[in-house]
Design a binder for this molecule. Structure first.
Ligand SMILES: Nc1ncnc2c1ncn2[C@@H]1O[C@H](COP(=O)(O)OP(=O)(O)OP(=O)(O)O)[C@@H](O)[C@H]1O
Length: 705
């Protein structure tokens, strides 16, 4: 219980006890006092508020006045104390009466009887008189004493009255105090009630608080359990980490030692590196010098090679020979998987069909080697020779080995690139800018690589002779612009299929117009109703090639799934004028992709009439080309000779480019496969014939104004 509350409770109890005790004390006062209070004290509530202590502090309690010690009856004495004393002078009158004699004795019957009797009565009277006198003196004494007592009593009464007044005042004070204290008590009681309520509220709050605390404690205990678990785990981890740290410390010590050793090594290496760096820088300088020297030498070599080629060209021109190149294409994946795998006895021979097997790389490589024809390229310096070997069984069962050697102006092995081939052709091709008629043929059986050589692939690296030659012509013509030459170029792309001319730049899928070939007296050729496209950039030529390619007549044969059964002739005509010199020139570059040269039985035409006609037509035109070349050679040797240009559309179209004053190159494309060996031999024999033909000396077509 709060201290204030207990003190208030004590106060109340004290007030109660005062209330009980105060009237008792007041009664005691009333009993002891001379006068009773006019009103009973018990009814006066203010009297109850008089604190006992205050009562104790008031005037001393009154004592009951002692009765005077009279010889008379006590009741008179007692009455005398309560009534105010009668005036003393009455007593002497009584005494006067006694002293006058017997007359006065009438007042008392006995005395009159005694006086009448004799002297004895006198004596008795005397005695009585004395007695009376003594009594009177005694009475006087008593009266005096009584008066004194009365005075004393009066004083006492006065004292009592003053006491009473004091007590009344005290009582009033006490009542006031009681009232004040009662008010205080009521206030205290209210306060206590408020305190009790507050206490109850606080108690409730405390209980709720305690409950909440209990809940929190439970939660904290749960948390504590979890935390303890975590702590245990952390301790385990810490233990593990400590052991790891110990290990790491050991490792660190080892590493520090190693580090120091490495530092020492680094220092050693650094000095060695510095030395090496110096050496390297010296070597670099030497290398740079060597490079510069190599570049100089290479430049010299290039210039020498250029001079050699120019001289070679001059010799060729003087000799008038038609030039012949031979190019062997590489083995294609389709060559191995489709045809030779079964034949080679690889895993395909054990399986159900070549299409359903997936041969191992070893099988493929073995099949590839076995599929190859025996070809050799012994001339590693000038690359002019190709050797074919063949082993077969004779009728007697003996192994028969045959070898064929061929020499041409240049032989390109299977790995040769388009750039390498064009390097040999570029001078010839660009000579059209100087006013020459140039004719480059690609000859070979189907699938030997003619189209690849002439047109090539879509990338720069695989671009064929036509785009490269055109770029070269544009480049050279631009270079000659500084010398006053201005050129105009135009292109034509024709196809000869079954001895009819098809304009590859014309409209429609297949050209149905009848085209005629006309030769002017000035040496130029014109084909009627064909598109002649002015050319302004090499890119335009590429676009033309793409159009032509899409329009080419392509028919399937057994020899090649995408076989061209027609000759295609791309012609670039170039006319130049030199404003500075007044010269003009006109040349042409014909790039001819011939149809497949295979023989009839190899073509797979069989009973297919269309294919048969195609093949016969191709063979006719190819033999006509051979005849023309042979006749040109004979003309060159013997003089006048008829040249059968009109025997085929191809030779008639190229009449001006095949005549003695033109430059002709035939690229013989060969298949590397053993199965195509006979066709390759046919091509090589024809190539040799062409190579041995002298068709006159090329002449520029330059006019002076
Ligand atoms: N030098 C080469 N390098 C890589 N692939 C080549 C080479 N020569 C030819 N080929 C490829 O061989 C295949 C046949 O070549 P291409 O079509 O040029 O033969 P083709 O003689 O023109 O046949 P066709 O007479 O049917 O036109 C093509 O897939 C071609 O890409």
């Amino acid at each position: 219980m709060p201290a204030s509350f207990s003190s208030k409770m004590t106060l109340k109890r004290k007030a109660d006890s005062d209330e009980d005790t105060a009237p008792r004390k007041l009664h005691a006062i009333a009993e002891n006092g001379a006068q009773r209070p006019t009103q009973p004290l018990r009814n006066n509530r203010s009297a109850t508020n008089v604190p006992s202590t205050k009562i104790g502090l008031g005037p001393a309690p009154l004592t009951k006045p002692r009765a005077p010690t009279l010889s008379g009856p006590p009741s008179r004495t007692t009455r005398a104390t309560s009534a105010p004393p009668k005036p003393a002078p009455r007593l002497p009158s009584t005494r006067t009466t006694l002293t006058r004699g017997p007359a006065s004795r009438t007042t008392s019957g006995p005395l009159r009887s005694a006086a009448g009797a004799a002297k004895p009565d006198d004596s008795r009277f005397q005695a009585l008189q004395t007695q009376v006198q003594s009594i009177e003196s005694a009475r006087a004494a008593d009266a005096a004493r009584l008066a004194a007592d009365m005075e004393a009593e009066r004083l006492k009464v006065a004292e009592l009255q003053s006491n009473h007044l004091a007590l009344s005042r005290q009582l009033a004070d006490a009542k006031t105090q009681e009232l004040t204290q009662r008010r205080e008590l009521v206030n205290a009681s209210d306060e206590m009630d408020a305190l009790k309520k507050r206490h109850a509220r606080e108690l409730m709050d405390l209980e709720m608080d305690v409950k909440r605390r209990d809940r929190e404690i439970r939660e904290l205990e749960d948390d504590l359990r979890v935390v303890r678990g975590d702590l245990d785990r952390e301790r385990t981890v810490v233990g593990e980490l400590k052991s790891t740290i110990t290990q790491q410390s050991t490792t660190q010590v080892t590493l520090t030692a190693q580090n120091q050793a490495l530092h020492a090594q680094i220092n050693a290496l650094q000095s060695s590196f510095d030395y090496s760096a110096e050496t390297v820088s010296n070597l670099r300088m030497d290398l740079e010098k060597a490079r510069e020297r190599v570049e100089e030498l290479e430049q010299e070599a290039r210039e020498a090679e250029m001079i050699r080629r120019k001289l070679h060209n001059m010799v060729q021109e003087l000799k008038g020979n038609i030039r012949v190149f031979c190019r062997v294409r590489p083995v294609l994946p389709s060559d191995v998987s489709a045809t030779t795998l079964v034949k080679s006895g690889g895993s395909g021979s054990r399986g159900p069909s070549p299409a359903s097997i997936s041969p191992s790389p070893e099988d493929l490589e073995r099949a590839r080697v076995e599929a190859l024809a025996e070809m050799a390229f012994p001339d590693k310096r000038d690359h002019k020779e190709i050797v074919l070997n063949s082993s077969s069984e004779s009728a007697t069962g003996q192994e028969r080995k045959e070898t064929w050697n061929f020499n041409f102006d240049r032989v390109f092995e299977p790995h040769s690139t388009q750039a390498e081939v064009f390097e040999e052709i570029s001078l010839l091709a660009q000579s059209c800018v100087d006013g020459y008629n140039v004719c480059i043929f690609a000859y070979g059986q189907t699938g030997s690589g003619k189209s690849f050589t002439m047109e090539g692939g879509s990338s720069d690296a695989t671009a064929g002779m036509i785009p490269r030659a055109v770029e070269q012509v544009f480049r050279v013509s631009e270079e000659l612009g500084s010398k006053g030459w201005e050129y105009t170029m135009e292109g034509q792309f024709l196809e000869i299929y079954n001895e009819t001319i098809n304009d590859l730049l014309g409209k429609g899928e297949f050209d149905k117009k009848k085209h005629e070939i006309k030769h002017d007296k000035n040496g130029s050729t014109h084909v009627t109703d064909t598109v002649i496209q002015p050319l302004r950039s090499p890119n335009q030529v590429r676009a033309l090639l793409a159009i032509a390619q899409s329009r080419r007549t392509v028919a399937a044969t057994l020899m090649n799934e995408r076989s061209s059964r027609s000759h295609s002739v791309f012609t670039l005509r170039i006319r130049g004028n030199n404003k500075m010199t007044g010269e003009s020139c006109e040349g042409s570059l014909n790039l001819v992709d011939l149809a497949g040269s295979e023989r009839l039985k190899e073509s797979g035409a069989g009973n297919d009439k269309d294919r048969l006609r195609e093949t016969q037509s191709i063979n006719k035109s190819l033999s006509a080309l051979g005849d023309v070349i042979a006749a040109l050679g004979e003309k060159s040797e013997k003089g006048d000779k008829h040249i059968p240009y009109r025997n085929s559309k191809l030779t008639y179209l190229l009449q001006n480019s095949l005549s003695g004053n033109s430059k002709t190159l035939m690229v013989f494309n060969l298949s590397p496969l053993a199965t195509h060996l006979n066709e390759s031999l046919c091509s090589l024999r024809f190539a040799t014939k062409v190579n041995n033909t002298t068709i006159g000396t090329a002449k520029k077509q330059i006019k002076s104004s």
